[in-house]
Design a protein around this ligand. Sequence first.
Ligand SMILES: Cc1cc2nc3c(=O)[nH]c(=O)nc-3n(C[C@H](O)[C@H](O)[C@H](O)COP(=O)(O)O)c2cc1C
Length: 217
Amino acid sequence: MGSIAVEFKNPATATLLEAAKARRTIYGLKAESPIPDEVIEAIVKDAVLHVPSSFNTQTSRVVLLLKDEHKKVWDIALQAMEGLVAAGVLPKEAYESSTKPKLEGFRAGYGTVLFFVDYDALKDIKEKFAIYADKFDPFALESNAMSQYLVWTALTSEGFGANLQHYSPLIDEQIQKTWNLPANWKLDAQLVFGTPTSGPAEKTFAPLEDRYKVFGK
Ligand SMILES: Cc1cc2nc3c(=O)[nH]c(=O)nc-3n(C[C@H](O)[C@H](O)[C@H](O)COP(=O)(O)O)c2cc1C
């Protein structure tokens, strides 16, 4: 779907929206980086610092794993899936033909960003604003998703391909143990990235008319 031709007052707005359009799901990845690790770190740190959270609760926790440390995530997932095969939950054939190559594809990348939510950090605010208590957990997840999106978009803008995965709770315990992470960091998503070896799949767009309204223009 093309751009809507308008002139922005600030050219950075056009750049921002172009970056949003360029972000896609890329599964073909290799273990090379187009940028120094410090630049990857700067992207992730900026996301942690500057992505908003409800009442500024700052509930997102992020772990950046590069190279061999990244591979460990996908070894954990492979092991967890093999456990499911052994337990008779996942058919061996499905594992060999589909799950295993997919996980090995993630493992072939350069890095993984683990996104967690620290729900314990909401204890005080839930007491203070009891009327909203049940809203804070979903708000925390929404804020976490904003971080995922920003990092995904920025890494793409720097030449990476990336895809977003969800292997929680299957991998949670081993992830926590492997990097000795606080038990109250609840894993939400894993963003896998690397130098792209394939393009994105074709994407269809449901009509904008069914999804957008404007009044008072
Ligand atoms: C909240 C959310 C969860 C997703 N979970 C997964 C996932 O677990 N595995 C996966 O391969 N892709 C996942 N995706 C990627 C979507 O399938 C993908 O973004 C969508 O099909 C649009 O394609 P695009 O990313 O190329 O624009 C997820 C995306 C979002 C926004």
